[in-house]
Design a protein around this ligand. Structure first.
Ligand code: 1HE
Length: 277
């Protein structure tokens, strides 16, 4: 299968990935098709300092071309405590804008990268941690997960794309409530509201995320790419434009040799049926 994100300017291996002690990346699978990315700063609850945000950006911008799906999770008791507040005090307004734009670039690299990203959520998913989770395509929480946007109570504002992405998941009214009141949303309620698509027993989010990503990695790369890049754009287009974009993307996807082979396999009785599960 062709890699959708084959680079024209290799190097294209793990060795070429940026190294950061607080961000680990491991490749799994027979074809190294799964990237498992670990926020590894548990002593600070995986709070995201500038270096870690840059490492996230560089990692997602430089995934090896073997990678078809990624999982991101946090080491220790929490997914991510958000912005590293210890770096906040020194910034003036102009630096604040640039800092927010850095987060935008990094989380855009997650959301608009070449492959689907599954977030495994446990413990605190707060502030910038929720902004990071919102940039992923699938969120799997376990029962220990809790969500909050403490920015409101800290006298600041979201700056990592949360004002754009969180309302798309739960609506502006619920985000407003979270920020005005500091409300903490537990895992079950988060799933009902749309913060996660799955909720699993405590301790099982990563396993479920890995299972989903493994399955996702077997899809035709062009279909995955179209889902990541066309679906959100279509959602923001007027219906008539959206239908036209859909027609173009669906024609491109179905013209790929791999799509033809997959449909042929079904017609020949060699591919799985849709079953109740
Ligand atoms: C931190 C951070 C952090 C922990 N920046 N150092 N985010 C917040 O407002 C959330 C702040 N954090 C918490 O509410 C709690 O730490 C947790 C609920 C996440 C975890 O509680 P707990 O009891 O497991 O840990 P802890 O004892 O509070 O923290 C352990 C250490 O991590 C401690 O440092 P230590 O040197 O005293 O051991 C904490 O200071 C440190 N720590 N969270 C810096 N966030 C792009 S804009 C995004 C804007 C935001 O994200 S604002 C929301 C920030």
């Amino acid at each position: 299968m062709p890699a959708i994100h084959k680079r024209t300017n290799p190097p294209d291996t793990m060795a070429s990935l940026p190294q950061h002690p607080d961000l680990q990346i491991a490749l799994r699978g027979d074809a190294q098709e799964l990237a498992v990315i670990t926020l590894n700063r548990p002593s600070k609850r995986n709070a995201l300092n500038d270096a870690l945000v840059i490492a996230l950006r560089d990692t997602f911008q430089n995934l090896p071309s073997s990678v078809r799906a990624a999982v991101i999770h946090g080491a220790g008791e929490h997914f991510c405590a958000g912005l590293d507040l210890s770096e906040l005090s020194e910034r003036d307004a102009a630096e604040g804008v640039m800092h927010s734009r850095l987060w935008h670039t990094a989380l855009d690299a997650v959301e608009k990268g070449p492959v689907p990203v599954v977030a495994a959520l446990h413990g605190a998913v707060v502030g910038g941690g929720l902004e990071l989770a919102s940039a992923c395509h699938i969120r799997v929480a376990d029962a220990s997960a809790f969500y909050a946007l403490p920015e409101g109570t800290r006298g600041i504002f979201v700056g990592g794309g949360g004002s754009v992405r969180v309302p798309k998941l739960i609506g502006a009214a619920r985000m407003l409530d979270m920020m005005l009141t500091g409300r903490v949303i537990p895992a079950d309620e988060g799933e009902r509201l749309g913060l996660s698509q799955y909720v699993e027993p405590a301790g099982q989010a990563l396993d479920k995320a890995l299972a989903l990503a493994t399955r996702i990695a077997t899809n035709a790369p062009m279909t995955n790419y179209a889902l990541l890049h066309a679906l959100p754009r279509i959602a923001e287009q007027p219906a008539d434009h959206g239908l036209f974009t859909e027609a173009l993307i669906s024609a491109i996807a179905q013209s790929a040799p791999e799509a033809k082979a997959r449909v042929r396999a079904f017609l020949d009785g060699k591919a799985a049926k849709v079953s109740r599960g």
